[in-house]
Design a protein around this ligand. Structure first.
Ligand code: MG
Length: 639
């Protein structure tokens, strides 16, 4: 029976907590990594009882290393070891023992000997009703590719001996994937799934530290699953992910993310099969289809009464006007064109709690869906429960789910925008006369999330699986105080784009943000405008301060692009940055940071689709200077 499984090595903590987390996340099968038993307080049969209580089948014991093709006296010792493993399987109630290809320097590398050893072991196992699986490890001494392992398994020719197919080893070696579909199904003992980022690294180091869940890396996992299932294999599909960050995180979060990633992979697989005229292979309940997102309806800031006037002055400097006040709460709506910003000064409830932890900051976003009800059902099916806030009588109930650092993501309907003023706004807010003021800013271009390194992949899976976002390739940038990583994800129509950033290193801007902010969150909001220069002149006159860009930057620009000196001087005078792609040009500018927590970027795109990544080091260095001088001023003032 096809079912999702997880190897205990994927999670951190005690074996008991791993089993509990796996069961809670919806897994019905586990592979037991033998090292987990070493630290287990009870006996192996207690593990079996615990797993049975939780409804988990133990589908394999792994790994047995350096077994096949050894000279004496290693060979005899290995058969003694194998007997003990078979005893252990009996106690665990597992019927499959996974052998990974030999890395031992004494191993002979003679396929006939390896086949004979595996045949003999399979016969030992058969007497007890057990099976043996043989897995090609990418760094095996002689057997590295699945085709080699298959030759050996075929030569051994035992009914209870088959292949363990691990997507990591197969993909990192660049092995052919489509021919897996031609393997006899009864010769596949187990299918293991792990993704990895497309970075050049020693395969063993990459495997031990950077394996990740499907959709978090760059490997063709969907092709792999399609081929293995087309073979007719119907056994467990097991996540086997070695990753330090995963083992350092709570087991329940990792198990949940693993299940989310598998459910999304299963959904993509079903879509492929249906497109090919084959029946879908639904494992568990089918997911409600991702709803279409058409933009961000509003961004909500939490601010104290003391911070609020400065925030409002900044918003007004950017061209926003107050258009409405909430009927029952200390909440105002600021607007220009189609852009909505909510400022929440409530002294209780969600925004207030968020403010206590994070200070003045973005506490919520509202996404517009074509079908918010279905979007919410999908979120719930992927273990993102609905949050209902406190509402006054007659006010709109806008459901939400928890986003980064327990900020909220509201699910709103596109229909609220039909016929002018959205209905939810009318129900909750009292509008002043001009409810749709014009302004220089046209749209939300993108907003960035800073997250802890340990949570980065988790949020990638959240956005992709729960909200149906897609990702763009990961980039690595230099911060003056360390490395900085970014992966841009967004709605398929690009109406919402969110670079997720992690700072690696104590003093990177992203790391400082995490420290100042008390966790991750929205660090940057970028708006687009049709005329950046006119906007900046207007905003500067209105008192908005922008990030100071060093003169060297403009000298470098001149050398790189040969821009007209008049344009260059204007950019230098205003602090505007520039980039150029094959298709077009990009002008952008950053405000100074608000309480060292967040800043705005204003962009003018001229047929340019990127984010000006070349300028990010300049921005980070300028912000580091700004933060240092702010810290210096605070020290001088003794505050
Ligand atoms: Mg494996």
């Amino acid at each position: 029976m096809l079912r999702w499984s997880i190897a205990t090595v994927t999670m951190g903590g005690t074996l008991e907590s791993k089993l509990t987390a796996a069961a809670r996340a919806g897994f019905r099968a586990v592979e037991i990594f033998e090292n987990d038993l070493t630290f287990f307080s009870g006996k192996p049969r207690d593990v079996r009882a615990r797993a049975e209580d939780l409804g988990l089948a133990i589908v394999a014991l792994q790994p047995m290393r350096d077994f096949e093709g050894m000279p004496e006296p290693f060979r005899s010792r290995n058969f003694d070891r194998a007997q003990r493993k078979l005893d252990l399987m009996e106690e665990l109630g597992a019927d499959l023992l996974c052998i990974c290809s030999n890395v031992h320097e004494e191993s002979l590398g003679e396929p006939e000997r390896s086949a004979a050893d595996l045949a003999e072991l399979a016969d030992l196992a058969a007497r007890r009703g057990y099976r043996i699986g043989f897995e090609a490890m990418a760094w095996g001494r002689h057997v590295k590719d699945w085709m080699q392992a298959w030759d050996i398994v075929r030569a051994a020719d035992r009914p209870n001996l088959g292949l363990v197919l691990d997507s990591y080893h197969i993909c990192v070696r660049g092995n052919p994937i489509a021919p897996l579909a031609d393997l006899p199904a009864d010769k596949i003992a187990m299918v293991q799934i792990a993704d990895a980022p497309a970075i050049l690294m020693d395969p063993m180091a990459l495997s031990r530290h950077h394996r990740c869940f499907p959709g978090q890396g760059d490997y063709p996992i969907d092709d792999f699953l399609e081929a293995t299932i087309k073979s007719g294999y119907r056994g467990p599909l097991s996540l086997e992910v070695f990753n330090d960050q995963f083992r350092g995180a709570p087991a329940n979060i990792i198990a949940r993310d693993g299940m989310r990633a598998l459910q999304a992979a299963g959904e993509r697989l079903d879509a492929r099969f249906v497109a090919q005229g084959r029946p879908p292979m639904v494992i568990g309940a089918p997911l409600p289809q991702a709803a279409k997102i058409s933009g961000i309806e509003f961004i909500e800031f939490a601010a104290s009464a003391a911070e609020s006037p400065r925030l409002v002055a900044l918003l007004e400097g950017l061209g926003f006007s107050r258009v409405a006040r909430h009927r029952s709460k200390d909440v105002d709506l600021y607007r220009q064109n189609e852009l909505n910003i909510v400022v929440n000064r409530e002294q209780e409830g969600f925004a207030h709690s968020f403010h206590l932890v994070h200070g003045a900051s973005v506490c919520a976003l509202a996404l517009r869906f074509d079908d918010p009800k279905r979007a919410l059902e999908r979120a719930n099916a992927l273990a993102a429960p609905t949050y209902h806030g406190r509402v006054g009588p007659g006010e709109a109930v806008i459901p939400a789910v928890a986003g980064v650092e327990n900020s909220l993501i509201y699910f709103m309907s596109e229909r609220t925008r039909e016929g002018g003023t959205p209905s939810n706004w009318d129900r909750d807010f009292v509008f002043v006369e001009d409810s749709a003021p014009a302004g220089p800013l046209a749209a939300i271009d993108h907003l960035s999330n800073v997250v802890r390194r340990s949570e980065f992949l988790s949020w990638v899976t959240f956005y992709k699986a729960v909200l149906g976002f897609v990702d763009e390739p990961q980039v690595e940038l230099a911060d003056p105080y360390g490395a900085f990583y970014s992966r841009v994800i967004g709605s398929p129509d690009k109406s919402v784009r969110i670079p997720i950033n992690i700072g690696d290193g104590g003093a990177t801007a992203a790391a400082r943000f995490l420290e100042t902010f008390g966790g991750g969150g929205v660090q940057q909001i970028a708006f687009s405008t049709a005329d950046l220069f006119a906007f900046v002149e207007q905003a500067r006159a209105a008192g908005v301060s922008f990030l100071k860009i060093p003169d060297n930057y403009y000298e470098d620009l001149e050398a790189r692009f040969g821009l007209p000196s008049e344009l260059l001087e204007r950019m230098r005078a205003l602090g505007v940055l520039y980039d150029r792609s094959k298709t077009g040009e990009f002008f952008h500018i950053y405000t100074t940071m608000f309480d060292e927590r967040f800043f705005f970027e204003i962009v003018e795109r001229r047929d340019y689709d990127l984010f000006g990544a070349a300028n990010t080091p300049v921005r980070l260095a300028a912000q580091a200077l700004e933060l240092d001088s702010a810290a210096g001023k605070r020290a001088l003032l003794g505050g």
